[in-house]
Design a protein around this ligand. Structure first.
Ligand code: FAD
Length: 358
């Protein structure tokens, strides 16, 4: 079954796109070329027509635009209805959705409605050149093996992929395509849920998936004080703190900082792993980092096999030296009175949440 359309859902909130949408569009372009088919971006919301241009410049041949007031804020019912309707009409071969909170909710409902398969949290996607099927690879059995899953008999072949698994595509300014306007036949009265209020979560948000420098700590830190120390290094580098699961489970740092299979997937320019052994469930969340620096007292620790640079020794001796050297070289002296409770704080000068990183 060769040819056919690849579709990518463009997630947005208040008209601002989620970067995973463009990462998936870049991957969708590669898959569509390999299938010999077209690439469509499915843009849904209210007042979101401006996203069509970015979709074309990111590689889409066609934008299916569902612009309706009932789609202003995400609700499962109208979004799933809209996506299901257009899929029934146009029968895409492949439908990719970001594995965000919204995307997971939407993709599960749509796959159920369309009676097709859905592979969640894929880490790689390939088109089988023999039969045109999508080879969807993801960790299985607790992350101990990678399973490749096929959806042979039902369409579309649906997959979710976490942010930062794929690279941002390069923009092609001026690239254009076809826009299909899809009228949604749904009124507010028919929707069972209403959004009464949107409450922002308290505390600083953790933009791990967008961080360019991450300083991450594991069980080897031995306690929450370790994160105080890593916090100084993160501040000196303009980076963000992260952690392995045991550090989160021990309550040394909040769950929003967890990297790995059951945490976030990150793709920073530099990932510094301190006192982290490198279990597969952690590696799947950070192995695509450009440069990995591992600090570990065990020369046999698996993290050293994926590390670009390995520093073997006790972090208590290595990290303070690294920190003071970076503070000196980057001219970022430590504030005179260090604030307590640095762990879990965010240090991201110049970060543009929602911005693109080519
Ligand atoms: P450890 O494996 O205990 O490693 C500690 C490391 O610190 C060791 O390598 C040690 O040599 C080093 N060390 C000790 N003292 C020092 C010192 N003084 N100086 C320098 N180094 C030192 N894990 C995740 O991280 N993220 C996930 O999302 C995740 N999801 C999971 C999902 C499932 C279904 C399962 C089964 C497990 C999951 N895990 C996850 C857990 C994972 O299997 C590992 O147990 C975990 O990653 C280990 O964390 P760690 O490296 O911090 O601790």
């Amino acid at each position: 079954m060769k040819g056919g359309e690849v579709w990518v859902f463009i997630e947005q909130s208040g008209g601002r796109s989620h970067p995973v949408s463009w990462e998936l569009l870049g991957e969708g372009r590669r898959l569509a070329d390999s299938l010999g088919g077209g690439l469509s971006a499915l843009v849904m919301g209210a007042g979101i027509a401006h996203l069509a241009r970015e979709a074309f410049e990111s590689g889409a041949d066609r934008v299916i635009l569902i612009d309706d007031p009932v789609l202003e804020r995400y609700r499962n019912h109208p979004y799933a209805r809209a996506m299901t309707e257009v899929c029934r009409k146009y029968q895409p071969q492949i439908l990719l959705v970001g594995a965000t909170t919204l995307g997971r909710d939407l993709a599960g409902t749509v796959a159920t409605e369309l009676e097709t398969g859905l592979t969640a949290d894929c880490t790689s996607l390939e088109v089988d050149q023999e039969n045109g099927l999508l080879r969807q690879t993801r960790p299985a059995f607790g992350g101990n093996i990678m399973a490749t899953i096929l959806c042979k008999d039902h369409r579309p072949q649906m997959a979710t992929v976490r942010p930062r698994v794929f690279r941002m595509p390069k923009l092609q300014p001026g690239r254009q395509g076809e826009i299909v306007l899809w009228p949604l036949d749904l009124t507010e009265d028919e929707i069972p849920t209403k959004v009464l209020e949107v409450v922002q979560e308290a505390g600083a948000p953790v933009y791990l998936d967008k961080a360019e420098i991450i300083v991450s700590g594991g069980r080897g830190l031995g306690g929450p004080q370790g994160f105080e120390e890593l916090g100084h290094l993160a501040r000196a580098l303009g980076g963000t703190l992260a952690a392995s699961r045991p550090a989160v489970e021990a309550g040394w740092i909040s769950a929003a900082h967890q990297v790995g299979q059951t945490g976030q997937t990150v793709r920073p320019k530099i990932y510094i792993a301190v006192g982290i052994s490198g279990a597969i469930q952690h590696l799947v969340g950070m192995q695509n980092s450009d440069v990995i620096v591992a600090v570990n007292s065990d020369p046999e620790a698996p993290i050293l096999r994926v590390a670009t640079y390995g520093l073997v020794g006790d972090w208590r001796r290595i990290i303070p030296k690294l920190t003071s050297e970076f503070e000196r070289q980057l001219n970022r002296p430590r504030p005179q009175e260090a604030e307590p409770g640095l762990a879990g704080r965010l240090f991201q000068p110049g970060l543009n949440p929602g911005g693109r990183k080519n």
